[in-house]
Design a protein around this ligand. Structure first.
Ligand code: MG
Length: 382
């Protein structure tokens, strides 16, 4: 990186966004921050704007103080259309709001560091086609996909993707224990510190399900050639198997700083934040097991929605997200997330080749149906 890379961060106050700013602070001679966008945490956003001095700022909750330090933009899309001023945009917002701004950035030829998996789960076919059309690089931030990206030299020689999963807090609990799990137990992830929604998804293994779909789009791999294995220590972040049977894996301490930094400095690597060297001797054990598809049906939901294609994965994502919010609100039990998905999916209309508007509409409709079920308590509450 001879010149400073001009970067914008969508979701700068979230878990990935704050860690990205830690990386950038460490590599401050390599980056210029063009824009920061945050959600409702305006206090933190204001602090970030004062410290990192971006040219532009956007907040979901407007605060006039922000405008004193940077030019205020009206939307995430506006931040994503500054093509003469931006080299890369880190999309680290959570949920469906990542989709439209990512498409805008792609249309403007701006490279993407993608931490928002919903963008690909909802509209992977459209997003990847547009990226190719515009010569835009999409570098994954998700640790598994970053690992795969780092393992691949030539995608045409790869036979299979092997995605690892820690198994979450319920790996060795039985179904009954999982059904009666509290919010605290569910949020107690053994290896990773993440936002609440993704931590619940890790407990139900829906996060892994969404990652299967994400991997399918990013690496253009058939679902039958994407395997999930449980690796509780989270040292191997994922692997690829080549045509000749050789397996290449990416290994390291479980820290999101590494994949975040790799995505924004790619193809170069720098020392950056010290996460400590990985020690095989200290790690001592690498355990593996097959995932339990019965205890964690989310993997089957993801494979089947993925193979169906069209708007099926957007529908799955929408129902799941609403169900997770209901769980976090204390309205339903953990297993009701699965119950809601099974109940509502057949009620949604399938579209094989949806437009972006149809995907957004399907997403909205699936959420409305989920909310109606939640109000009427039509799910089989455990
Ligand atoms: Mg991940």
């Amino acid at each position: 990186m001879d010149t400073k890379r001009r970067i914008t961060i969508l979701g700068s106050t979230g878990s990935i966004g704050t860690q990205a700013l830690e990386v950038i602070e460490k590599l401050s001679d390599k980056f210029e921050i063009i824009g920061l966008a945050g959600g409702n945490n305006t206090d933190l956003l204001l602090e970030q704007v004062q410290k990192f001095k971006p040219k532009y700022v956007y907040s979901a909750k407007y605060d006039k103080c922000l405008g004193e330090y940077a030019k205020y933009t009206d939307s995430l899309e506006e931040l994503c259309s500054l093509k003469n001023e931006t080299d890369i945009i880190l999309v680290a917002v959570s949920g469906k709001i990542g989709l439209r701004p990512t498409l805008t950035a792609i249309e403007n030829g701006i490279d993407i560091a993608l931490a928002n998996k919903e963008t690909l789960v909802m509209a992977g076919d459209i997003v990847m086609a547009k990226a190719q059309e515009n010569g835009v690089k999409i570098i994954p931030v998700d640790s598994e996909h970053s690992a795969i990206h780092q393992c691949i030299k030539d995608i045409n020689q790869v036979k299979k993707l092997i995605i690892t999963a820690s198994g979450g807090p319920f790996l060795h609990k039985n179904v009954e224990e999982m059904k009666s799990a509290s919010i605290e137990e569910t949020l107690n992830h053994p290896n990773w510190h993440m936002g609440k929604k993704i931590t619940v998804d890790s407990a139900t293994l829906m996060n892994k399900g969404l990652e299967i779909i994400e991997a399918h789009h990013l690496f253009n791999m058939d679902y039958d050639n994407i395997e999930v294995i449980i690796h509780p220590q989270s040292y191997i972040h994922s692997a690829v198997e080549y045509a000749d049977g050789s397996v290449v894996a990416q290994i390291g301490v479980p820290s999101m700083h590494i994949p975040i930094q790799y995505a924004i400095t790619y193809p170069e690597r720098f020392e950056g934040i010290k996460t400590g060297s990985f020690s095989f001797v200290d790690a001592a054990r690498f355990d593996f097991e097959k995932p339990d598809f019965e205890k964690f049906p989310s993997l089957s939901y993801a494979y089947s929605a993925g193979k169906k294609g069209g708007n099926a994965t957007a529908i799955l994502n929408a129902i799941n997200e609403e169900a997770v919010f209901a769980f976090l609100d204390g309205k339903i039990k953990l297993y009701d997330i699965y119950n809601l998905i099974e109940k509502i999916t057949p009620e949604c209309d399938f579209i094989k080749y949806p437009t972006i508007d149809e995907i957004t509409e399907s997403d909205k409709h699936a959420r409305e149906l989920t909310k109606i079920h939640l109000q009427q308590k039509h799910v089989n509450f455990c």
